[in-house]
Design a protein around this ligand. Structure first.
Ligand code: F6R
Length: 247
C-alpha cells in the first residue's frame, strides 16, 4: 500500500482535503456528481476543518457532492450528541453548501425489524449514485475499517454488527461511561469499501503497530485494513508517529 508520510497530522489532513477538493472540482467541470464515502472519529476532524476552510475562503462548492457515511451506532437517535449524524453536521455539513438530500448516514434509530431492509437500501443507494468515487477511512487499533471488526468477511455489505469491547472503550470518550456505549452498530461492509474507486486511509499518532501490520503483514480477515493491500487505488496518509514501525 503506498504511504504518504507527513511531519504532522495537520499537513496530512491538508493533503487529503486537497485531493478531495480537486476531485470535487474535476467532477464539477464534467457536470457530474462527486460521491464521497466519509468517516467519523478523531482522525478526520482536521481534514473536515480544512474542507470547511476551502469552502469559506477559496469558494469550494459542495453543490455536486453526494455523501455516504461508513457507520452509525445502534441503537442511537440521530440528534444525540454522540451520533455520527450529529458529528458530521457539527464538523462538516452545517458549514458547507451541500444539499441535505445528498447526505446519507446509516440510521441508528430504526426498530430492529426494519434494519435489514434499511441496510439493503443503503447499498442500493450507493449503487444508484454510481458507486463511491473516494472513500475516506480511519483505522481502529484492532485494524477495523468502518466498524468491520476482525473476522469480518471480505464479502460483507452494510449490516448490523457487534462492536468489540476494545472499540467501545476507545470510543467511550463521547459517552459518560463505557456502559452507555452502544454494543451494536450499522456499518458498510468490507466489500462496500473495496468497491470504492479510490480509498484514502488516514492514521495519526499511536497507531504504528496496526499500520505496519496492515501495510506489510499478511492479508488476513483478522486485520481488516490489510485487505486494502488488494485495492488497486488505496493510499495511507500518515504522520511520523503512525508510520514509525514501517520498514
Ligand atoms: C468511524 C470509523 C472507525 C474509525 C476508527 C478510528 O466512522 O469508521 O473505523 O475510523 O475507529 O477512530 P479514531 O479516528 O477516533 O481513532
Amino acid at each position: 500500500i503506498p504511504c504518504e508520510i507527513f511531519g504532522n497530522s495537520k499537513e496530512g489532513s491538508r493533503y487529503v482535503a486537497r485531493e478531495i477538493a480537486d476531485l470535487i472540482k474535476q467532477k464539477q467541470a464534467q457536470g457530474q456528481k462527486c460521491v464521497l464515502g466519509l468517516a467519523t472519529g478523531s482522525t478526520p476532524i482536521t481534514m473536515y476543518a480544512e474542507l470547511v476552510r476551502l469552502h469559506k475562503e477559496e469558494g469550494l462548492s459542495f453543490s455536486n457532492v453526494v455523501t455516504f457515511n461508513l457507520d452509525e451506532y445502534y441503537p442511537l437517535q440521530k440528534d444525540a450528541f454522540q451520533s455520527y449524524w450529529s458529528f458530521m453536521h457539527r464538523h462538516l455539513f452545517n458549514h458547507v453548501d451541500i444539499d441535505a438530500a445528498n447526505i446519507h448516514i446509516p440510521n441508528g434509530s430504526l426498530p430492529k425489524s426494519e434494519v435489514k431492509n434499511h441496510c439493503l437500501q443503503y447499498e442500493q443507494m450507493i449503487a444508484d449514485a454510481g458507486g463511491i468515487d473516494l472513500q475516506v477511512l480511519g483505522i481502529g487499533n484492532n485494524g477495523h475499517i468502518g466498524f468491520n471488526e476482525p473476522g469480518a468477511s471480505i464479502f460483507s455489505k452494510t449490516r448490523l454488527i457487534n462492536l468489540e469491547n476494545s472499540t467501545r472503550i476507545a470510543n467511550a470518550r463521547d459517552f459518560q461511561n463505557i456502559a452507555r456505549v452502544p454494543r451494536l452498530a450499522l456499518t458498510m461492509g468490507i466489500s462496500t469499501i473495496m468497491n470504492a474507486k479510490r480509498v484514502i486511509l488516514m492514521a495519526w499518532g499511536l497507531k504504528a503497530p496496526i499500520v505496519a501490520k496492515s501495510v506489510e503483514g499478511h492479508v488476513t480477515d483478522q486485520v481488516p485494513a490489510s485487505i486494502l493491500q488488494q485495492h488497486n487505488s488505496c493510499t495511507f496518509v500518515l504522520d511520523e508517529l503512525s508510520a514509525a514501525e514501517l520498514t
